[in-house]
Design a protein around this ligand. Structure first.
Ligand SMILES: Cc1cc2nc3c(=O)[nH]c(=O)nc-3n(C[C@H](O)[C@H](O)[C@H](O)COP(=O)(O)O)c2cc1C
Length: 400
């Protein structure tokens, strides 16, 4: 919820400008106060009066207003607000900010800002795929500006493709995410592994497990929202990419190990939420194994590297956190794993509980520390809520 939060909504000259009225209404419904800045082009598409009436504040359209000369608006707006949302955002405004141009009220306000800035782009599919636009987004993302993903579908020009404004509900929930979390992970780098691994038998088959990546992605999302630099190494997953999270997709345990080793040095914290296969087929057959006349088939397996255990001895001051999915003797088994791998915390999941675990949006767990003490009992809750609790506990350790 956005009670007490103040938002500057920038509306630019996209055909989706009319949707900004709905965004404004939803932001207000969630409790936010909103002041609107419109670009000149946006004013050609929707009348500023719409936003004045909905927001309860005069819509700001001019950098040099002849009517209101008592304050320097682009500064005072930044002092007033908690966040700037540009929705819809044209290719033009993104290009201008990427190049430091401040030639109207909205660009000048953004250039003078230290607030979180979220762009929700909307444009024709050729504009989206234009490498100039892509470069601009890349540059701004690296500088900490947040971007909503556009949607695929019918566009105003009659074509079908990428470029529709993200769903209004999703834009508002992104704003909520950013404003609801403290930035207590600022300056920290977290390396997170997620999902399963796939161990190939031949070129069409593999051995894997039911892990979908939801817990690892939830951790990455919340850590990012709390200000961390997040590197996510994920096995195969159907989850949508997370904006602002450097994500490396891998298949096998060996590939995951290679990527984890690559980023280990720069991480302050490593959270291993992936369900890495313990074994892999000894031989990978090229092509496809034929069933022939065989009634049975034997596959010889060999050990995969234990990624987390190999990090233990070289962890230095880094915090290492693992997960233990156990079907019995939850706490003793999880604690044994913590000691064997030299972890700081272990999150023990009881996989015999139906509503929780693999594939579910919810989870139940206990957080166990180095002394074998259950420091937190986490009842059935959303994985994003659990991610918050785990990150709180890691921060407690760091600040001890
Ligand atoms: C009817 C119409 C619809 C437009 N829709 C978009 C759009 O969806 N996205 C976009 O980037 N530009 C769009 N444009 C082009 C922008 O309005 C143009 O680039 C303008 O300079 C943007 O200015 P602003 O970024 O200051 O608002 C549209 C133009 C017209 C005439």
């Amino acid at each position: 919820m956005l009670k007490g939060k103040k938002i500057v909504l920038g509306v630019t000259g996209s055909i989706a400008a009319y949707k900004a009225a709905e965004i404004l209404s939803l932001l207000k419904k969630r409790g936010a106060e909103v002041k609107v800045i419109m670009t000149k082009s946006a004013g050609e598409l929707v009348h500023p009066l719409t936003f004045s009436a909905l927001s309860g504040y005069p819509t700001i359209t001019d950098l040099f207003s002849p009517y209101d000369q008592t304050e320097i608006k682009h500064i005072s707006l930044n002092q007033w607000a908690d966040l700037i949302l540009v929705a819809p955002a044209t290719a033009n405004i993104i290009g201008k900010i990427a190049h430091g141009i401040a030639d109207d009220m909205l660009t000048t306000t953004i250039m003078a800002s230290k607030l979180p800035v979220v762009f929700a782009p909307a444009m024709n599919k050729n504009m989206i795929s234009n490498p100039i636009y892509q470069e601009n987004v890349k540059k701004l993302t690296a500088l900490g500006y947040e971007f909503m993903e556009t949607e695929y579908g019918p566009l105003a020009c009659g074509e079908i493709g990428e470029g529709r404004l993200a769903k209004i509900e999703e834009i508002v929930s992104k704003v909520e995410d950013i404003l609801s979390f403290p930035k207590d992970y600022q300056g920290k780098t977290i390396l997170i592994t997620a999902s399963c691994t796939r161990e190939p038998l031949d070129e069409v088959r593999f051995i894997s497990n039911y892990s979908t990546g939801k817990m690892g992605f939830a951790l990455a999302k919340v850590a990012k929202a709390r200000g961390a630099k997040v590197i996510l190494v994920s096995g195969p997953t159907s989850l949508s990419p997370l904006t602002g999270v450097k994500t490396i997709l891998v298949n096998t345990a060996e590939e995951m190990k290679e990527e984890v080793d690559r980023y280990f040095e720069e991480a302050d914290i490593v959270i291993s939420a992936a369900a890495v296969a313990d074994f892999r087929p000894k031989e990978k057959v090229s092509g496809k194994i034929k069933k022939g006349n065989n009634q049975r088939m034997f596959i010889e397996l060999e050990r995969n590297p234990d990624i987390l255990a190999e990090l233990g001895p070289k962890k230095g001051n880094k915090i290492l956190v693992g997960f233990a999915a156990e079907a019995e003797d939850l706490i003793p088994n999880a604690y044994k794993k913590l000691r064997e791998k030299n972890l700081d915390l272990i999150i023990a999941n009881d996989i015999s509980i139906k509503e929780a675990g693999f594939g579910s949006d919810k989870n139940i767990a206990k957080i166990i520390n180095k002394e074998g003490i259950v420091v937190k009992e986490l009842p059935l809750m959303l994985k994003t809520e659990m991610a918050e609790q785990i990150l709180d506990e890691i921060l407690n350790l760091i600040n001890k």
